[in-house]
Design a protein around this ligand. Structure first.
Ligand SMILES: [Zn+2]
Length: 99
């Protein structure tokens, strides 16, 4: 039986994060729906790389990074913690290297 890595929704739920959009530098408000970009590493597990405000959130992993497992998702931001996490798009390692 293959071992599955922890689902990104579970790993990112409850993550502590800053309050500034990485694209427009706007401050995030309590209760705001934010977007995020995260990648998976063998050693560190799921790591949050980018935080976006409601206006800047993306909906697809574009372009996908070859050999990387990465996700675009949305969550509710409250007191520097991500809640109600959902994954919108995911690019698995094998999808980035198609011929
Ligand atoms: Zn923004």
């Amino acid at each position: 039986m293959a071992t599955e890595s922890i689902p990104p929704e579970e790993a990112i739920q409850g993550t502590k994060i800053g309050a500034i959009c990485d694209r427009c530098n706007r401050g995030i408000q309590n209760g705001e729906t934010v977007g995020f970009y995260a990648t998976y590493y063998e050693d560190a597990g799921w790591t949050l790389r980018r935080l976006y405000c409601t206006d800047c959130g993306e909906t697809t992993v574009d372009p996908p990074t070859e050999g990387a497992d990465e996700v675009i998702g949305a969550a509710v931001w409250f007191n520097h913690v991500l809640a109600a996490v959902r994954i919108i798009d995911r690019s698995r390692p094998e999808e980035g290297s198609e011929q």
